[in-house]
Ligand binder design. Structure first.
Ligand code: ACM
Ligand code: ZN
Length: 718
């Protein structure tokens, strides 16, 4: 019978991949023919899934919706079938009806997401009219993992509530079901606490007259925001309607500089040496010995537990700078009194105290993987393994329910190729690498897998702020299509190969994202230069444009370009709302690397010698103090350098936090006297020399706000 059905499908010209549903369902078959949702179609629903029916109305303009009514030909039915698992669904489309059965609200919602993907892509712009055709099919589907998460950091860069809701929608279309909401960090406190209103009212803003230091972007302006408890309740309800649980994170005991700037009483009991930081406070760890701190945590958790419905609250635990506890007489006394062996066990003590507070309010703790390293925490603690596969394996081996999210696969703040924006400390990777994640190859055995609670991607937002978050598409570009690949890894029992995935992306999913208004990343065009001509190609039917960077003029690319200046041509491809990275031929990326000696008035750390800045790589130099007005960095060439331009920057590449804010770049053509060449834009400047250059100098015009160091980079010379 099954063979006959497959044969009939083949004869009818339908492939089982026809609908290109993403993530890939467990079993799907398309029987030929279609059902048409018309003006007369009624949406019939079980009362327990009324909120799914209401949700559907955003996308599909049913004139009639009825609870628990008799289903007539032409109707669409949403029903709970308790024989199915909670998130499982069965979608049946025949010529008379559409029926979505789910094991619970969640299962029905998942089935609706698949139905939306079977409809014309334009349904996602929420302006469709009936009739709309759906191919006849039967889809049986359920998730591989019950936890399919995405972490959004709204602490480093403020992201207003409506934008968060948009990402909740985009997650739900991919059947992701957990939003890990990173609400506090060194650079911001975004959750209103009514008993301590100053935490958000002050800590939600940095720069300007805020005591919170503007560590990333927008250095001069007071900028930010926070969510009121009412807004957070709305976010939680909005997410719940979309089968997404919001798991809030208050990152403690480290990553708490913003809080410490408002409540210095949470910090450890010693006077820090601020001589290297131009007077700036850089302590960021809660003192573990102060009872008043646990009273504050009680206030925070008590209020959070009235807002968030999740069983878990994430309490951080990552990257605690334990030197602060080492210097604190109170923490050292605590260590002796409680018989703690080391500072990691001080962290255990802090987390155990916080866990007891969580328990009082009916909540359980989730922590980053460092949180369990003291070895004392109960196995009910959920662990987010981010640092490495090794840390994920360690947590699962010890019996902790573990969320797998190693940075080199799932941190979507990482760059997607070497010449794109983003971090690179974990890896540089694109959607193909995300899709390639393989538990067996990474060393997970059946025993480890028993404790794998799920998979999560994350976006930390330090760099986002430098991309003008009010207007830019940077976040979409970093997330899509990587988040789609993540959903495939977390949902699909037998996931697509990259070729199948890319084919579904190009075939149907780009158009869905166009209608959603997602500004996704297209694959990078190939650009080559040979025999005096530049040729550019794409493999996805997108349209190519090029810019002559000498004139700034942009044109559509129709045919190879004859030129003797290939370095000047920058290409981009666009399709719908997608855009590729800006790219060029090998010559566009070429840089001169003349021998150079780098010196500075600021001493550098022995771990990062000044010669690093002479290598023309991403190697950096860290100084041992922040800069003061008048400090300088000099690059002296062995031979005069003829070039078109020199980019002289401070700060880390793509993360210009350890930078000079105000300064200028000077140039010397005779090797003795320097003349001003450019004032800083951000953290440095690009100069266009008028003669062969013997030396370049960066001069600080103000004391830097760069905490206890600045970063010196190599020049970029074209
Ligand atoms: C982290 O990335 N510090 C969890
Ligand atoms: Zn202390």
């Amino acid at each position: 019978m099954k063979k006959l059905f497959i044969l009939l499908c083949a004869l009818a010209g339908f492939s089982t991949l026809q609908a290109q549903v993403m993530p890939k369902p467990k079993a799907e078959s398309y029987g030929g023919g279609e059902f048409t949702i018309s003006e007369k179609s009624c949406l019939v629903y079980d009362s327990s899934v009324r909120n799914v029916a209401l949700y559907m109305l955003d996308y599909l303009p049913f004139k009639q919706i009825l609870s628990s009514s008799k289903v007539m030909p032409g109707d669409v039915q949403l029903t709970v079938n308790r024989l199915l698992a909670e998130e499982e669904y069965r979608l049946t489309v025949n010529k008379q009806n559409i029926k979505i059965e789910g094991g619970s609200y969640a299962g029905v919602f998942n089935g609706v997401q698949t139905l939306l993907q079977l409809l014309p892509a334009k349904v996602y712009n929420k302006q469709s009219r009936f009739p709309l055709a759906v191919p006849c099919c039967k889809i049986d589907d359920s998730p591989k993992f019950s936890y399919r998460g995405f972490m959004l950091d709204v602490a480093r860069t403020w992201i207003p509530a409506d934008k968060v809701k948009r990402y909740i929608d985009l997650m739900s279309h991919l059947k992701l079901n957990k939003l890990h909401f990173h609400l506090t960090d060194d650079e911001g406190w975004r959750i209103e606490i009514l008993s301590h209103p100053e935490l958000a009212q002050v800590g939600g803003f940095r720069g300007g007259d805020s005591p919170v230091f503007p560590r990333y972007g927008k250095f001069y302006e007071k900028w930010g925001g926070y969510y009121t408890q009412q807004e957070l309740r709305e976010i939680v309800a909005y997410a719940a309607q979309r089968n997404i649980e919001v798991i809030p994170e208050v990152d403690m005991p480290g990553h708490s500089k913003a809080l410490g700037a408002i409540r210095s009483d949470i910090l450890c009991n010693y006077t820090p040496d601020k001589s290297k930081t131009n007077g700036l406070e850089i302590r960021n760890v809660w003192c573990a010995a102060k009872e008043s701190n646990y009273a504050l945590i009680d206030d925070i958790i008590r209020e959070m537990s009235t807002i968030f419905t999740s069983d878990y609250i994430h309490i951080g635990g990552d990257e605690v700078n334990m030197s602060q506890w080492r210097k604190c007489p109170d923490c050292q006394r605590l260590k002796v009194e409680k018989g703690l062996e080391n500072e990691k066990q001080i962290e255990d003590y802090f987390i155990a105290r916080t866990t007891a507070i969580l328990a009082k309010y009916g909540k359980k703790p989730a922590v980053w993987n460092e949180g369990i390293e003291g070895g004392l925490l109960p196995k009910t603690t959920r662990v987010h393994g981010w640092e490495s596969i090794k840390k994920c394996l360690a947590a699962t081996s010890k019996g902790y329910p573990t969320i797998i999210m190693p940075g080199h696969y799932f941190y979507f703040d990482m760059k997607q190729s070497s010449s794109e924006p983003g971090h690179n400390w974990a890896a540089i990777f694109d959607a193909k690498k995300v899709l390639s994640f393989d538990f067996a190859k990474e060393g997970f055995t059946a025993e480890h897998l028993k404790n794998v609670a799920g998979i999560e991607a994350s976006f930390f937002s330090e760099i986002y702020i430098a991309h003008n978050p009010e207007t830019s598409h940077y976040l979409d570009y970093m997330l899509f299509p990587r988040l789609i690949a993540l959903s495939e890894v977390a949902w699909s029992h037998s996931r697509r190969s990259w070729e199948e995935f890319y084919s579904a992306l190009k075939g149907k999913h780009y158009a869905r994202m166009d209608a959603m208004g997602v500004t996704y990343r297209l694959e990078t065009p190939k650009v080559t230069y040979a025999n005096g001509t530049i040729t550019a190609t794409t493999a996805d039917g997108s349209t190519l444009y090029y810019t002559d960077t000498r004139t700034g003029k942009t044109s559509r690319y129709n045919k190879p370009i004859a030129t003797s200046a290939p370095y000047a041509y920058e290409f981009v491809s666009r399709k719908g709302s997608g855009e590729s990275k800006k790219t060029g031929s090998k010559e566009y990326y070429a840089r001169l690397k003349p021998a150079v000696t780098v010196t500075s008035s600021i001493p550098c750390s022995s771990k990062t010698p000044m010669t690093n800045a002479a290598k023309y790589t991403n190697s950096i130099v860290r100084t041992t103090r922040a800069a003061k007005a008048g400090d300088w960095i000099e690059y002296r060439f062995a031979e005069p350098v003829s070039c078109r331009e020199i980019e002289a920057m401070t700060g880390h590449i793509h993360l210009r936090r350890c930078n000079l804010l105000k300064g200028c770049v000077e140039v010397s053509y005779d090797g003795v006297s320097f003349v001003p060449a450019a004032e800083f834009t951000v953290a440095g400047a690009t100069i266009k020399p008028t003669a062969p250059v013997r030396a370049v100098r960066i001069v600080a015009k103000s004391n830097s706000d760069a905490e206890d160091q600045i970063v010196i980079q190599s020049l970029k010379i074209k």
